[in-house]
Ligand binder design. Structure first.
Ligand SMILES: [Zn+2]
Length: 258
């Protein structure tokens, strides 16, 4: 069994508890997430989503926000895309970076400074989109400040309700540690669609993760991305595509929706 198959199987198992619970009788929930505030997301991903009538979630890094892009992010939020918190400095453990990138590592943080940064980024986001609540994505999928796991303190703080992780491994649904599936740069449209089809078979939710789309880094091609969106649009009778917080609101309040 290929590693990819194992990972996909674990995603499906992780969300089994949610099977068959989606709005309007839809069979699966698909969340499209885009990390790091990259220009290709504004130039390519958002226009493609808009053309397909789909909404995504964009986890922004405060230090990467370009002043000239603020109006475009604000417009994206106003039309229904979600802006999420990906911290200000994207501090990960040094081990997550190539040796050349030694600035802004999480070893230089403690839990208090990390939570202060997340709170400040929430404020930045409120200044852009006017919303009082934002979801969160852990930089590099890590949640260490110094050598301390800050996720318990983040849970207790109430700063964010939902946290997207960056790995697809199996676990019970935890709104503060939601699995996600990222793809290699050479992923094809068929690869992306296959991941969705796997989730459709189980009725699970699936969170897909992207960085660059047709540009920047860790790039999935614009063509592969467009093929995925075309598939999602074509199957909109059975596939629910919505921003991360929208799907998580539904998943965590599902008994109220019956
Ligand atoms: Zn990131």
């Amino acid at each position: 069994m290929r590693i990819g198959s194992i990972l996909l199987a674990t995603i499906i198992m992780a969300a089994q508890a949610l099977a068959g619970t989606w709005p309007d009788g839809k069979r699966v929930a698909v969340v499209l997430t885009y990390d790091d505030a990259l220009p290709s997301q504004l130039d390519i991903a958002i226009p493609a989503l808009d053309a397909a009538g789909l909404k995504g979630t964009f986890f922004l890094i405060g230090s990467k926000l370009r002043p000239e892009d603020i109006a475009r992010w604000r417009a994206a939020a106003a039309e229904g895309h979600e802006l999420g918190n990906h911290t200000i400095r994207h501090a990960c453990p040094q081990a997550s970076y190539p040796p050349a990138r030694k600035i802004d590592t999480s070893e230089a943080y403690d839990v208090t400074t990390m939570l202060t940064e997340i709170r400040t980024m929430n404020t930045f986001l409120t200044a852009i989109d006017g919303k009082m609540q934002h979801s969160y994505a852990t930089p590099c999928g890590q949640h260490l400040a110094g050598d301390v796991d800050y996720l318990p303190a983040l849970r207790a703080s109430g700063l964010v309700r939902y946290t997207r992780a960056a790995d697809p491994s199996e676990r019970p649904l935890d709104p503060m540690d939601v699995p996600s599936r990222f793809f290699d740069a050479n992923a094809t449209g068929a690869d992306l669609i296959a991941a969705v089809r796997g989730a459709e078979r189980s009725g699970a939710m699936i969170v897909l993760g992207f960085h660059g789309v047709g540009g920047d880094y860790l790039t999935v091609s614009a063509e592969a991305h467009a093929q995925l969106l075309a598939y999602l649009k074509e199957h909109s009778d059975s596939i629910w595509v919505a921003p991360f917080s929208t799907v998580m609101d539904y998943a965590t309040h599902e008994p109220d929706n019956k």
